[in-house]
Design a protein around this ligand. Structure first.
Ligand SMILES: C[S@@+](CC[C@H](N)C(=O)[O-])C[C@H]1O[C@@H](n2cnc3c(N)ncnc32)[C@H](O)[C@@H]1O
Length: 301
């Protein structure tokens, strides 16, 4: 793997990260399959360190999320993420109507999920009768190779749209990307709060670049940006993987000498901040990508 610019990927800003560590690029991300079945459905989600947008797009296209924002520190990766969104749109079955929240795609033979009323004011009446999502692989890749990507039509808010009842969003309108160092920069979407925040394989990079203080600030910001009862889905890298990463740059070597927090102690820090106990969901990757996926819930009050 290289960084996007060919320079040293000191933030973990690898190009082709997903193609590299996935045995089946384009297949479902195994980390998402560990999540409780209704967690992402109709949820407002922030994917921090979205890289080229694979996870953000999968959630937006196949899991019927209401709104997904992917944020990454590297603007080249963010541009790739927008490109991926358009590429996936170009393969997708032409849709019929966006007037009701569609049901998510099932993975393997899993039965369709029933829509949860996450928030009475925002629920969609009759959503359990919603049509399935459009097929993601309707047009073969050759179409796009020959004709280029399809244009994305403007978002149609649907016939029942009003300011007070937000219209359901569908892919690709339900996903967008921003460049930001999310530890230190606020993005406009933060103001509305998130139901779920994902932080997959990013804590090591924040820790090595910004130290214990930066990582603590990150955890605190995650807590503050979640709505009460919101969920933090966290995949921390283990301490032994820091050894190789810090050799990427003398600054990381230097910063690493001052680290007192260790991944084994992250749960304590998160609990001090106000999260409940970690729920261990499993560790689905292979080799050095086999990392625990944990779920923390912010208290409801
Ligand atoms: C190792 S990759 C993980 C990508 C993705 N989350 C996944 O697991 O599939 C880490 C990503 O986090 C991004 N990143 C690192 N520090 C960041 C920060 N402070 N704010 C936003 N993104 C950051 C990097 O650019 C990179 O794309």
């Amino acid at each position: 793997m290289t960084s996007v610019s060919g320079s040293v990927p000191t933030h973990g800003n690898y190009h082709n990260y997903h193609g590299y560590h996935s045995r089946h690029p384009g297949a479902h991300d195994p980390r998402l399959e560990l999540l409780p079945s209704e967690l992402l459905l109709d949820a407002r989600i922030l994917d921090i360190g979205c890289n080229e947008g694979w996870v953000s797009c999968e959630i937006a296209q196949l899991r019927a999320a209401r709104r997904v924002v992917g944020v990454d520190i590297d603007d080249v990766l963010v541009r790739m993420a927008w490109k991926r969104r358009r590429m996936l749109w170009s393969h997708q079955e032409p849709s019929h109507s966006a007037s009701s929240t569609p049901t998510p795609h099932t993975v393997d033979n899993e039965p369709p999920k029933k829509k949860r009323k996450r928030n009475a004011g925002n629920s969609t009446p009759g959503a359990s009768k919603a049509p399935p999502l459009p097929r993601p692989d309707y047009f073969p890749a050759s179409c796009q190779h020959m004709l280029g990507p399809l244009p994305i039509p403007p978002n149609d808010p649907g016939p029942n749209h009003s300011e007070s009842s937000a219209s359901p969003q569908t892919f690709p309108h339900n996903v967008s990307f921003r460049r930001a160092d999310w530890v230190n920069e606020v993005i406009p979407e933060d103001a509305g709060g998130y139901d779920v925040i994902l932080a997959f394989s990013i804590s090591k990079w924040i820790h090595l670049n910004q130290g214990d203080e930066g990582l603590r600030r990150f955890f605190q910001r995650v807590h503050d940006a979640l709505v009460p009862g919101g969920t933090f889905v966290f995949e921390p890298q283990q301490w032994d993987s820091y050894t190789k990463a810090r050799k990427l740059h003398p600054t990381l070597q230097e910063n690493a000498k001052n680290l007192e927090m260790h991944p084994d102690g992250f749960e304590d820090v998160l609990r001090e901040i106000g999260f409940g106990p970690a729920k261990q969901l499993g560790a689905p990757g292979q080799g050095r990508f086999k990392r625990p996926v944990e779920l923390y819930v912010k208290s409801k009050v």
